[in-house]
Structure formats: structure tokens, C-alpha cells
Design a binder for this molecule. Structure first.
Ligand code: CMC
Length: 431
């Protein structure tokens, strides 16, 4: 962190304290309150972390007002159109775009780790036959801590590297197998002659009874979905991974914690919830009714795929996703898809409505991703597992950055206690 040259002064009841101010390379200045409690005996209060930077990072930058997302400085729209997922993984993990030789070496390391330990099959089989794929993923990724214990000494950079590669490589196999198990089909093993996205599509959709050819346009669209979800700075699941890892916990267990957090409908579960909402709306004539419900404070309904904690402008990922939805549906000959029609009309109606404009609520990444995934043949229950697969590299990059930071401390928020003060225990017969 850079040396502070300015201070902020906090005053209360005639006393004042000086707090250093740090300037980032981009984004708002931060007031460093780490010494505040020691100096003043005061805590700050920020549930939901709306004004709190929990760490410093060099990986991803979001300007929510401009609608800008940069990975290591590179805009997401350039990465989505010119790069591909494994190159973006390299960029996130190591900080720079790879040379051709570095990329080839990285791709071959990932490819060589795509298989799961055969005993993990038994672990999958322990789940109820109708288990949600996210439930299976939380369990199986956590269980990797038992299967790959040889790479879990987090103080050793080499073991951190092996755990990272294993996670990126095995996550498509885990997500695909969670799906296969969920629908009662045999597991399809990875094929190392296929690229990352094609391999995942094949493991999801091939069956032993017939050949399966991966359509290159669909595999490109899949790769773009992975790329668009790869990292998003200190969101809820990433912060969960960092908090879990701050205790020195096992890397696979930390990623399982991230998957658990991602599952919620306010976070990664929004893509499933969004498609279900679009289907429930069903026809464009119902849109005004749902817009009215979203605006009604007495109705818990929210427009899924709309709004974001950080973006107060278009989510740049949503723009690419919308274009991708058009391409994929066109390819599949389903351009008159009623869900897409509802989505487009709903987006237009919400953007024209002063409620959404005043609150700066714009479509987010999840608004169009479900339509593409459904057109590819994925059921809604697979949307969040695909998000988890894609975000794994972001979680790992942030985890590695945190562990390499000599200033790392266990995360331990404080609280504003509003409960009873000390009182004496009352025997049960006297209550
Ligand atoms: N529909 C209707 N009203 C909304 C919506 C929405 N989708 N989102 C926010 N608002 C209103 C909210 O009621 C509040 O109004 P008021 O100020 O009158 O109380 C105001 O906008 C601010 O909302 P907030 O809940 O305080 O904002 P937040 O930053 O805490 O929440 C959010 C962000 C993403 C959880 C929220 O916008 C939301 O629930 N959106 C729908 C779920 C969704 O699409 N999530 C995916 C996020 S992107 C992918 C990811 O990061 O995982």
C-alpha cells in the first residue's frame, strides 16, 4: 500500500483523531481506520459493507457509475471479444497476459488435471437422486480437501499453485457430473483434446448411446459466459472466500464456502430466479403488472436481473450477454423465443420507468445469461453451477493474492451490540 500523505480528521465530543487517507490507482480514496479503535475506543458501523474496503487488491476494478469492469486493467468487453476464458484465467492469476509459450504451458497444466479421483464418484452417489446441482457442488468441492490433501499447505506457494490449477481444471467436471447425477445419466469423463468450454458442453450433453459433436458457436458462447463471470472484485462470495481463508483454512473448503454464498438469489442464484420470473411473466401484456409489483414497497417481488450494489449504470457484462443471446438464439433458429421477447420488452419498459431510472437500476449480467443457457439446453438448476465454475478462477486469484500479502490478518468484524447487559441467571422454578 502507498504511504499516505494526507489525513482525515474525525472529531467527537471535543476530541479528534487523525486517520491516514490512501489514494488508489483508480476509484475513491479510502480513509484508513485500522488504528481508530486503538486511538479512540470507537468502532465504525457498516453492515453490508456499503462504504468499506475490506482489502487492497490489484486484480479487478469496477467503476459503477461509468459501468466499467477491468481485469488487471483490461476492459471486459475487449476480453470477451478478443480473448478466451483460459487466457483470462492466466491474466487474473498471474497479473499479465501470457506469451504464446506461457499460454500453451498453462492450458496443458489445466488440461492434465481435468479428471477427478475415481473414488469421488462414490461421493456424488451419496446424494439424493434429485439433489440440486449446487448442493452437490458445495459438498463435492468441500470434499476435495480430503481427496487432494497433498496440495493444501497454504504456506507453500507451489502447493497453492497446484490447488489453484486443480480447482480450475476439475470444476467443469464437477459441475457437469452434478448435472448428470441430477438427471440420472451416466457420468461423461473429460476429453483432453477438447478446449475448456467444449469439454464442459460434452460432459454435460454427451451420452454413451450416441456421438456428440460440440457446435463451435455454442462453445464460443459458453466460453464467453465463463469469461464474463470470471471475477468481480470483493462481491459477497469472494469476500466469503477471503474471510474463510483468513483463518488459514483449507483452499477447497474456502471455495466450497464461496459456492454456498453464491447460491443465494441476491447473488449467483439471480440467473435462475430471473429466467423463472421471465417464464412466469410469460407474455408481454403482463409486463406492466410485474413492473408495478416491483415498485410496490408492500410486495417482496423484485425484478430479478435488475439492479446492482456497485453498478449504477449498465452492467458492461449485460451488454455483451445481450449480444450473445441474439447470436445464440439466431444460430439455434429460436429468434422468436417468447422468453427473449418478454426480456427485451421488460428491459425497455423498466428503463423507461422513472422508478428504475431514479434508483439507477439497470439490467445486470444475469438478465440475459439464463436465456442463452436455456437455449443451449441447460435447465435452470444448472445456471448457478455454471456461474460457480466460471467464478472459481476469481475466487482463487483473490485467495492467492490474500495469502501472499504479508499484512494478512484473520477477518474479525466487530458489532454494535444492542442486547441485554449482564444479568444474573434465574433458576428454572423461579421464571
Ligand atoms: N427490483 C425492484 N426494486 C429494486 C431492485 C429490483 N431488482 N433492486 C433494488 N431495488 C430498489 C430497492 O427496493 C431499494 O429501494 P428503496 O431505496 O426505496 O428502499 C433501492 O432499489 C436500492 O436497493 P438495495 O436493495 O438497497 O440495493 P443493494 O445494493 O443492497 O442490492 C441487489 C443490490 C443486486 C441485491 C438488488 O438490486 C437486487 O435484489 N436485485 C435483484 C437480484 C439480482 O438481480 N441479483 C444479481 C446481482 S448481479 C450478479 C451477482 O453479483 O451475483
Amino acid at each position: 500500500m502507498t504511504e499516505s500523505t494526507r489525513n482525515a480528521t474525525l472529531s467527537l465530543d471535543g476530541q479528534s483523531w487523525e486517520l491516514p487517507v490512501h489514494s488508489p490507482t483508480a476509484g475513491p480514496d479510502v480513509i484508513d481506520i485500522r488504528t481508530l479503535y486503538g486511538q479512540s475506543g470507537l468502532f465504525t458501523y457498516d453492515p453490508g459493507f456499503t462504504s468499506t474496503a475490506s482489502c487492497d487488491s490489484t486484480i479487478t476494478f469496477i467503476d459503477g457509475d461509468k459501468g466499467e469492469l477491468l481485469h488487471r486493467g483490461y476492459p471486459i468487453d475487449q476480453l470477451a471479444s478478443k480473448s478466451h476464458f483460459l487466457e483470462v484465467c492466466y491474466l487474473l492469476l498471474y497479473g499479465e497476459l501470457p506469451s504464446p509459450a506461457q499460454l500453451e504451458d498453462f492450458e496443458s497444466r489445466v488440461t492434465n488435471h481435468t479428471m477427478l479421483h475415481e473414488q469421488m464418484v462414490n461421493f456424488f452417489r451419496g446424494f439424493r437422486r434429485d439433489a440440486h446441482p449446487m448442493a452437490i457442488m458445495v459438498g463435492v468441492v468441500g470434499a476435495m480437501s480430503a481427496f487432494y490433501h497433498d496440495s493444501t499447505d497454504i504456506s507453500d506457494p507451489w502447493q497453492r499453485e497446484v490447488a489453484s490449477i486443480r480447482l480450475i481444471a476439475k470444476m467443469p467436471t464437477i459441475a457437469a457430473w452434478a448435472y448428470k447425477y441430477h438427471i440420472g445419466q451416466p457420468f461423461v469423463y473429460p476429453r483432453n483434446d477438447l478446449d475448456y468450454a467444449s469439454n464442459f458442453l460434452r460432459m454435460c450433453f454427451a451420452v454413451p448411446a450416441e456421438d456428440y459433436e460440440v457446435n463451435p458457436i455454442l462453445s464460443r458462447a459458453m466460453d464467453r459466459i465463463f469469461t464474463l463471470h470470471a471475477d468481480h472484485e470483493q462481491n459477497a462470495s469472494t469476500s466469503t472466500v477471503r474471510l474463510a481463508s483468513s483463518s488459514g483454512a483449507n483452499p477447497f473448503a474456502c471455495i466450497a464456502a464461496g459456492i454456498a454464498c453464491l447460491w443465494g438469489p441476491a447473488h449467483g442464484g439471480a440467473n435462475q430466479a430471473c429466467l423463472e420470473m421471465l417464464r412466469e411473466i410469460g407474455t408481454v401484456d403482463k409486463i406492466p403488472e410485474y413492473i408495478a409489483r416491483a415498485k410496490d414497497k408492500n410486495d417482496p417481488f423484485r425484478l430479478m436481473g435488475f439492479g446492482h450494489r456497485v453498478y449504477k449504470n449498465f452492467d458492461p457484462r449485460a451488454k455483451v450477454m445481450k449480444q450473445s443471446a441474439d447470436e445464440v438464439l439466431d444460430l439455434l433458429g429460436v429468434e422468436n423465443n417468447p422468453t427473449l421477447q418478454v426480456a427485451k420488452e421488460l428491459e425497455a419498459a423498466a428503463l423507461a420507468d422513472p422508478y428504475f431510472a431514479d434508483k439507477k437500476l439497470f439490467p445486470n449480467v444475469d438478465f440475459y445469461s439464463g436465456i442463452i443457457l436455456e437455449a443451449m439446453g441447460f435447465p435452470t438448476s444448472m445456471f448457478t453451477p455454471i456461474f460457480a465454475l466460471s467464478r472459481t478462477v476469481g475466487w482463487i486469484s483473490q485467495w492467492k493474492e490474500q495469502l501472499a500479502d504479508p499484512q494478512m490478518k484473520i477477518g474479525r468484524p466487530r458489532q454494535l451490540y444492542l442486547g441485554e447487559t449482564e444479568r444474573d441467571y434465574i433458576d428454572i422454578e423461579n421464571r
